[in-house]
Design a protein around this ligand. Structure first.
Ligand SMILES: [Zn+2]
Length: 89
């Protein structure tokens, strides 16, 4: 998927785009470790089907480097977003 398509998709999903986050930059910064359970993340696992595959956990509903962290899909799915815990709907 091209960068422009990724950014358009992110906007459609309601993310504010301040910068383009490169997935591998997040993996490198977070030392290939899930920032929720602190176990290693295997980047070779199929992200569409495997529960231990890599995802980006958004600390704020903003797609920018300082607001995303590496996480296993299952850890991310089982953790309520931090930004939604402090807001009333
Ligand atoms: Zn994890």
């Amino acid at each position: 998927m091209r960068d422009a398509n990724i950014m358009q998709l992110a906007r459609q999903r309601g993310f504010e785009i301040r910068e383009y986050v490169r997935f591998l930059d997040v993996c490198t910064r977070d030392h290939m470790t899930c920032q929720i359970c602190h176990e290693l993340v295997d980047l070779t696992l199929d992200s569409a089907t495997h529960p231990m595959s890599a995802t980006l956990d958004h600390l704020e509903p903003i797609h920018a480097m300082e607001f995303v962290r590496l996480a296993h899909r299952t850890c991310n799915d089982n953790t309520r977003p931090i930004w939604s815990q402090t807001r009333r709907n």
